[in-house]
Ligand binder design. Structure first.
Ligand SMILES: Cc1cc2nc3c(=O)[nH]c(=O)nc-3n(C[C@H](O)[C@H](O)[C@H](O)COP(=O)(O)OP(=O)(O)OC[C@H]3O[C@@H](n4cnc5c(N)ncnc54)[C@H](O)[C@@H]3O)c2cc1C
Length: 293
């Protein structure tokens, strides 16, 4: 399988920033995936998987390892009885379309999450009261040596968290759904999408929620709004004027601009609310937030 050099990762992130990957592979089967992972082991390269890059911030200097982007049968979705069966790289929109066509409900909440089935496992993605942990039957986790099915409890899923290690790739996912008429599914999805559009910047380049919601009466977005940060800009990145827990690529942003905004937001939330915000977005490459004083 071809291993490409220097592929620009800004092409694969929804915010549109990020430098090159040292090595890049697009495996289309579990065998090809293991071949790529063994290549990384032989060359002592760190491994990262990119789904739709919708919760990913890649350093401007790139990633000095192997990036894996699942394709072919690892990006398809279909149904088997009441199971929705998706490749780890299958976009949620495709999986939802297949579920609806088969009259299977329970995945509607994912219409708000512009990622993949595998990225959703890694993040335990969720919205509108649903999450991966609630419907996941099992996931096929692959590394250079093994391919093993894991249940939600074996994956250690909790709020926007899993216990997957770097170098472990979710190649297949099975969700247990329930029969529901297709027109009901369509109506729920339309309603959720309208709610989303009313509250969040859906037509801008962002990476979704910047910070996890803290254990506080205010959500991260409300807290940063109270700090007066809506519309605050550094370089080409700005805190969304619509929702303060989103950072938009307003004009030629660098990842460094987004990190500087995140550092400022954390500092202000700490000063004003005594809360240490934890980032939800995953960093790839040499990105770091400064420690709070
Ligand atoms: C406009 C917008 C709205 C959003 N709304 C929500 C929301 O409501 N709820 C929510 O939970 N999230 C939301 N997100 C964030 C994001 O869509 C989710 O976290 C999503 O699950 C990420 O999936 P992805 O495939 O894009 O993963 P990526 O962003 O590509 O990667 C995220 C992490 O998952 C890992 N990963 C990706 N694929 C795999 C795989 N196959 N195996 C192992 N690890 C993998 C990556 O290495 C990285 O660590 C939103 C994002 C945007 C841009």
């Amino acid at each position: 399988m071809k291993i490409e050099q220097g592929v620009l990762l800004s092409r694969f992130t929804t915010i549109g920033t990020g430098g090159p990957a040292h090595a890049f592979a697009r495996p289309e089967s579990v065998d090809e995936l293991q071949e790529a992972l063994r290549h990384a082991r032989e060359h002592e390269l760190d491994v990262a998987t990119v789904g739709l890059g919708s919760n990913l911030l890649v350093g401007d200097e790139g990633f000095d390892g192997l990036v894996v982007k699942l394709g072919g049968e690892l990006a398809h979705a279909g149904t088997e009885g009441e199971l929705l069966v998706a490749g780890g790289g299958a976009p949620n929109a495709v999986a939802l379309h297949r579920a609806r066509a088969a009259g299977l409900g329970g995945f509607e909440f994912a219409c708000a999450i512009p990622g993949t089935a595998g990225g959703g496992v890694r993040m335990n993605a969720g919205a509108y009261g649903g999450d991966w942990a609630g419907i996941l039957e099992r996931a096929l986790v692959v590394d250079a040596e093994r391919a093993e099915w894991r249940t939600p409890s074996e994956l250690g899923l909790s709020y926007r968290h899993s216990e997957l290690h770097s170098g472990e790739v979710v190649a297949r996912v099975e969700f247990r759904l329930t029969p529901r008429p297709a027109d009901e599914i369509k109506a729920v999805v339309a309603d959720l999408q309208a709610q989303r559009k009313a509250a969040q910047p859906t037509n801008k380049r962002t990476y979704g929620s910047v910070f996890k919601n803290p254990e506080h009466e205010l959500s991260a977005g409300r807290m940063l709004e109270a700090c007066g940060l809506k519309g605050h800009r550094i370089g080409g990145a700005q805190i969304s004027p619509r929702h303060a827990n989103f950072i938009e690529n307003a004009d030629g942003a660098k990842s460094a601009d987004a990190v500087a905004l995140m550092a400022e937001a954390r500092r202000r939330a700490s000063e004003q609310f005594g809360v240490e915000l934890e980032h939800e977005v995953v960093f790839l490459g040499s990105l770091e937030l400064p420690l709070l004083e």
